[in-house]
Design a binder for this molecule. Sequence first.
Ligand code: ADP
Length: 390
Amino acid sequence: MSILVINCGSSSAKYQLFNIKHKRALARGVVERIGGRSARLIHQCDSGLELTKKVRCKDHYAAMRIIVDTLTHERFGVIASKDKIRGIGHRVVHGAEEFNKSTLINARVIRSIERYSELAPLHNPPSLAGIKACSRILSGIPQVAVFDTSFHQTMPPRAFFYGLPFRYYKKYGIRKYGFHGTSHRFVSEEAAKRIKLPPHSLKIITCHLGNGCSMAAVDRGRSVDTTMGFTPLEGLLMGTRSGDLDPAAALYLMEKERAGINRVNDILNKESGLLGVSGISNDMRDILKASRCRNVKVSKRAKLAIEIFIYRIEKYIGAYQVVMGGLDAIVFTGGIGENCPWLVRRIKKDLESTLRKRVRFLVIPTDEELLIARDTYGIITKIWRKNGKS
Ligand code: ADP
């Protein structure tokens, strides 16, 4: 039984084909630079067989065709035909307040995802393109949407409201939504397994530290607060995003730099964060290296970026421990969280005197695709049961 997981970005389509019984990916890959002249496919099979080739790919429909052709290819394929795919799970960034869990896709769900493109203009449209391409190329196969926002829909109003006039919440849906929900859910559930206690008995803080970074307070299995907000710009210092900022600073920049909305948007999203502070790179590896370099000017800025990065994480750990009225574990995941033991040790040491001795520090690799595959399988088996199929 195979489940296809699709994650469409503005110019890429990532995929993984899972054998759900064996909980493993049979193949994975990406079609990159969709719409460009140098589009290419990178495909890897579980057997170790790999394929990288230039492709002609003008849109997400063409990308889905390439993906299905590759998965069923004589040499590089892993399934005999496309009807071996029993369900398709799509990563969708924004489900707003309508979707608090993964959902079977139908015409109504498509219309909703379309509507929430206003809230996620860079992310929802490519997901929709992927969904529509699959309904044509893999017609009849049930599709499921797994939203980045849905895990955080359990936040209470006091956590998700901003102090803006209430009418803007009503009119435009301006509130904290939070993102990376699939990752926070996956690692908090894994943490409970490792601790060998049910999730509903634990208070966990999850730290997803990749290019984008966010933390969540997961109280007895439910997200009660998270650092990202109306957009993924709020909260921690990230690769190129500023994180928390007085909104007046953005207005001041507009005035002083004579910058328009797009320019300020670029400054906050693409030129800030680790890159902006260090002036070196958005990549934590480069910054760690630079912090040890002989040039004092360079190393000082790199160290400053690292200190801000750590300070914000520690500040939110304090806040979330209070919000939940206790803490059992802190989980680190994402490229930095999984690969930078120094950072985890440093945070552990910094908090030694404030946290209870029993608080566990765990590093757990995230696997959002596996969770999407599981949710998809769960939903389609329910349909089968209802229809009397097994
Ligand atoms: P994305 O959010 O795009 O999925 P990742 O989760 O892959 O990104 O995380 C990318 C980040 O992980 C980069 O800042 C990179 O420097 C960092 N990273 C990867 N390996 C290491 C490492 N060994 N030490 C420190 N940081 C690392």
